[in-house]
Design a protein around this ligand. Sequence first.
Ligand code: ADP
Length: 253
Amino acid sequence: MVNSYPDLARLEGVSKTYTSDTGPTDALSRISLSLGNSETVAIVGPSGCGKSTLLLVLAGLEKPTSGSVTFKGQKLDRPPREAALVLQDYGLFPWKTVRQNVELGLRIRGEAADESRLQDLLGELDIASKIDDYPQQLSGGQKQRVALARAFILNPALLLLDEPFAALDTLTRERLQELLARAWRKRGFGMALVTHNIEEAARLGKKIVVMQGSPGRISKMIDNSMACDKDYEESDLFYDMCQNVRRELEDVT
Ligand code: ADP
């Protein structure tokens, strides 16, 4: 049966306290959030309010101290096979070529890459000519395209991105945002994106979660259903949305 679970991922009353030699740090307090199939959510808020922690909890890489996390209706107790994580620093292996980096996740799963699918994907991401290059031969934007290819080839139901374009110049950043929106229109994965960039949140998050405080909690959930639509950012509605998010952020910083 298709879609027999109501949500792709769901957090209920999630709190997270890190313990280290310097003592405990409360990172999240009673976060409840659901992400539907093919839904996209952008998470914004000041530094230290727990955005990355929230993403790691969704990825099954950090366990909540209390509360529950489910993925496709099942309790999440390890990273789900159907989730892919893209980080700001690309996470590419410098001694591997573009092809080897993209194939890595599949190889870890014991699967082989289908050659025509790999070529199509690299073409879609405009890095086909770089297939035998090493990461140090690529620009920052190209490296992040490789990281996206490595995620997309896994066909994830859930794509998690932590400040993926923060290190890139504005134009490259906007191109990659559009590329990501296009990939979402084509594939319809669920997506959670942490960003500091207001326009990025408005372009990509159908739901915009504004976090605040330490430990972090959700201060506002903004409906932004036109995100990822092709013509949205040409409209006044997009401008108004950016202003709205800006106001909410000013209130919490
Ligand atoms: P954000 O992504 O919003 O900047 P983080 O989730 O990175 O926030 O961090 C939230 C809080 O948790 C911060 O106080 C941070 O110092 C702390 N923190 C994050 N990761 C760890 C960790 N591995 N061990 C201890 N404290 C951590």
